[in-house]
Design a protein around this ligand. Structure first.
Ligand code: C5P
Length: 297
């Protein structure tokens, strides 16, 4: 069935609850090698924010997509993770029913916080419900991985340690942190960042047994890295300025880039200080995008 992007607003607005496709934050991302297919093996700690894109699904004859929101212009109307996920799920379940998908695109596109992956995962969950299909967990995870290395972890949607190329997911109890996300509004291609990486066989994460509360986690995270930071900063030096701005904020306890960038995150003392910092970045750096949120636990 050919997808359409004609007006599905009225249908999608009137039916179905909003689902949040949460931003994925790599608290640490160690690149440990290359697999046979040329993908990088990772050792990463991920969490998700309360904030993200929002999606709604409604019954419809065709598969249609309507995109709104601050970053709607960055979505390719004919080739995007939402339509691909819907088409692949339809093929897997043998059910070629349509759906009206409404996407509120709040996350910057190609920005290291898994926007396209989170949207694809939300589509898999939302359309399983709408179409009343219940694929085998193994098949659904395999389909998620086919859609992208970050889609399985977004489907799980909870804090975890990640291995393999992204498909090995070990749930982990990580506390909820007040956060600020900052992005210089410069999209960055993930393959370009991986290609620019100098050293591929880096050390794995050294994980303490039981980090104690927020302070224990901050101490542990401080000893970890994002190995993609150096190549990303080489490609987009403005990322370095975002990290500096976070680090120079007294209430910011840890500043790091997420994924392949360019979004950086800061873990803050409190929701108030995070909100204040996001407002200040908005005032002082009109060309940056920033938001205060908190991670889920
Ligand atoms: O799987 P996804 O489409 O999100 O990956 C985009 C690109 O990022 C891949 O084509 C690959 O170049 C790179 N990548 C990688 N190793 C990973 C994940 C992504 O090399 N574990």
């Amino acid at each position: 069935m050919m997808p359409t992007t004609r007006k599905a607003d009225s249908v999608a607005h009137s039916q179905g609850d909003w689902q949040t496709a949460r931003a994925k934050i790599n608290l640490a991302l160690h690149v440990t090698g290359l697999d046979k297919a040329g993908y990088h093996t990772l050792d990463s700690l991920v969490t998700f924010t309360e904030w993200g894109d929002r999606l709604r699904f409604a019954a419809n004859d065709d598969l249609s997509l309507c995109v709104r929101g601050p970053f709607a212009a960055g979505i390719d109307r004919d080739d995007n993770s939402v339509l691909e996920a819907a088409q692949k799920l339809g093929a897997l379940s043998g059910s070629l029913r349509g759906a009206a998908v409404f996407l509120e695109k709040n996350m910057p596109v190609a920005s290291g916080i898994g926007g396209g992956s989170a949207d694809a995962a939300a589509v898999l969950k939302g359309l399983c419900r709408l179409w009343d299909v219940e694929p085998d967990n193994y098949d659904l995870n395999a389909l998620a991985l086919e859609l992208g290395a970050d889609v399985p972890m977004c489907l799980a949607g909870r804090p975890a340690r990640i291995g393999g190329i992204g498909e090995v997911i070990d749930p982990l109890a990580i506390p909820s942190f007040p956060m600020v996300l900052v992005n210089p509004r410069i999209p960055l291609s993930t393959p370009r960042v991986f290609e620019a990486l100098g050293k591929r066989d880096n050390t794995a994460i050294s994980m303490p047994d039981n980090p104690d509360g927020t302070q224990g986690w901050l101490t542990a995270l401080t000893r970890m890295r994002n190995d993609l930071t150096a190549p990303a900063v080489n490609l987009v030096p403005e990322i370095g300025n975002c990290l500096d701005a976070l680090e120079q904020t007294p209430s910011c306890r840890l500043a790091r880039m997420s994924g392949s960038g360019a979004t950086c995150f800061g873990i803050f003392d409190s929701a108030d200080s995070a909100g204040e910092a996001a407002r200040r970045f908005g005032r002082d750096h009109g060309d940056w995008w920033s938001i205060a949120t908190r991670s889920v636990s």
